[in-house]
Design a binder for this molecule. Structure first.
Ligand code: AMP
Length: 491
């Protein structure tokens, strides 16, 4: 079993020299603040096993509240503050939180939906008047720590039940693998309602006794200003492409950096190469999901291979299976399945859905397609539901996107399947031109002929100015498919 998050926090708080948030908060302050918040939760009638919905703008206090919930045994349920009240209703009715902490302006609207709500500011004021010493009730590794809803507000967003051990085991593995130490300073610009910013970033720093340079959102100006104070940055691929667009990004600016990590969406080999050329640093790409925490990572020492997400984390097993469930050999593409202490216990109040996603022996079906190479590096080839089957042949979007991204003038690409009267589905590429570039469909299709088999070449190339993306920068392919569903209707 791993060391519990709160035991680790206590260890760090016992050390007077440990800084949690640069310029404001020591680990001792953090422990005291979590104690006051845990008392406040009790004063509001919340007890072990109750859910607390938290939908507020990013601030350091949200991280303290996450830890306070762990101390009190209250289940932390963060929700994207960008969701409308109507979108939030699903979480309220599905999770039945004992209390919803929201921004002041939202309290009345959330109460109208039948939930008990309180403004976050009022909660912080209540906590400020409490004692710092909190007697933590006993906790077991299997206790529920948090429920995170899967991203996407269309369709039914599912509550992912994560245990204390899920979080602790993953934090320990990542600290080891990424060589985090107490001298590290993590630039934290990710949202804190998602596994990446909440667990990967926060828990890695906490387990190492490292410090955070805390930013309330990702703003290239602020990130560029603070890079010289940091040693590690975790980001989604759009962080990297947006920073590359800024001429102030130089090797000099990144001189104190030890590690740049990317995840949550595919990092294009082109961005990987450009980052290396511009900064001298090789981005480390890793792969995970809300249900599993982190699954694979490129190595810290050793080759970080562009276009791959590296090897399984220590203690985590990964296999690629075919349609009949048989385990496939390296080089063969199939369904990615994972097993280990990182894997969640199930979807909240959805036992049948949970059972569907697990195979015998505790293997979770991620819904991603991928293949290992001969050296054990895993490549993600897309979501199973994004696989394009054209004229009976499988086309993996990631392969076509990589070929497109290599062409001059293409800043980003997304390949989808669109209903086609003859082929069932046709491969369609959506591309965004690089600044100042003019793209033309026939030239792009011709250029791909040297690189891809004929059946993989997009039947149409649509030049767009932007893609629909979610809060983590992931391209929403379902939206693209919906928008372009009628492309071949008259063929
Ligand atoms: P989420 O639960 O929001 O973190 O989304 C998890 C999904 O993001 C995974 O199932 C993958 O489809 C995708 N994902 C995460 N990391 C990567 C990566 N490095 N490359 C490609 N896809 C990724």
């Amino acid at each position: 079993m791993s060391v519990d998050v709160i035991d680790r926090l206590r260890d760090m708080a016992a050390r007077a020299d440990r800084v949690w948030i640069q310029g404001s908060t020591s680990y001792g302050d953090l422990l005291a603040e979590t104690g006051r918040m845990a008392h406040a939760l009790g004063a509001l009638g919340l007890a072990k096993g109750d859910r607390l919905l938290v939908q507020v703008e990013k601030c350091p206090e949200v991280l303290s509240l996450y830890l306070a919930c762990l101390r009190a045994g209250v289940i932390f349920l963060p929700v994207n503050p960008g969701y409308t009240v109507a979108e939030t209703q699903h979480f309220l009715t599905d999770a039945e939180p004992a209390l919803a902490l929201v921004e002041q302006a939202r309290v009345a609207a959330v109460e109208e939906l039948g939930a008990r709500a309180m403004s976050f500011v009022d909660f912080l004021a209540l906590a400020a008047g409490q004692g710092a010493d909190f007697p933590d009730p006993p906790h077991a590794p299997g206790d529920l720590a948090a429920i995170l809803y899967t991203s996407g507000t269309t369709g039914r967003s599912k509550g992912v039940m994560l245990s204390r051990e899920n979080l602790a085991s993953n934090a320990e593995a990542l600290v080891d693998l990424w060589k985090f130490t107490e001298t590290d300073v993590l630039l934290h610009a990710l949202p804190v309602f998602h596994t990446h910013g909440l667990f990967v970033a926060t828990n890695c720093a906490l387990y190492a006794g490292a410090s955070l340079v805390f930013q309330r959102s990702f703003q290239p100006d602020a990130v560029l200003a603070d890079l010289p104070k940091a040693t590690v940055m975790m980001g989604v691929p759009t962080f990297y492409s947006r920073l590359l667009a800024d001429p102030r990004l130089t090797p000099e600016l990144c001189r104190g950096m030890r590690l740049f990590i990317s995840g949550s969406a595919p990092l294009s080999p082109a961005t990987h190469a450009e980052w290396r050329a511009r900064t001298g640093h090789v981005i480390l790409e890793r792969y995970g999901m809300t249900e599993t925490n982190m699954i694979t990572s490129n190595p810290c020492d050793g080759e970080r291979r562009a276009g791959t997400v590296g090897m399984p984390l220590p203690g985590v097993e990964v296999r690629v299976t075919g349609p009949d469930g048989a385990v496939l050999a390296p080089g063969e593409a199939g369904s990615i399945e994972v097993r280990g202490p990182n894997v969640f216990g199930g979807y909240w109040r959805l036992p049948e859905k949970t059972a569907e996603e697990f195979r015998p022996g505790g293997w979770f079906v991620t819904g991603d397609l991928g293949a290992f190479d001969a050296e054990g590096y895993l490549s993600i080839l897309g979501r199973a539901k994004d696989l394009v089957i054209t004229g009976g042949l499988n086309v993996y979007p990631a392969e076509v996107e990589a070929a497109l991204d290599d062409l001059p003038g293409i800043a980003a690409s997304a390949v989808i399947g669109v209903p086609h009267p003859d082929f069932g589905e046709a491969v369609v590429a959506c591309v965004i031109p690089a600044a100042g570039a003019k793209l033309d469909e026939a030239t792009i299709r011709a250029a791909l002929r040297d690189r891809l088999a004929a059946f993989k070449i997009p039947k149409r190339v649509l030049v767009l100015s932007e893609f629909p993306r979610n809060a983590m920068g992931k391209v929403q392919k379902a939206d693209l498919r919906r928008l372009h569903a009628g492309l071949f209707a008259d063929d």
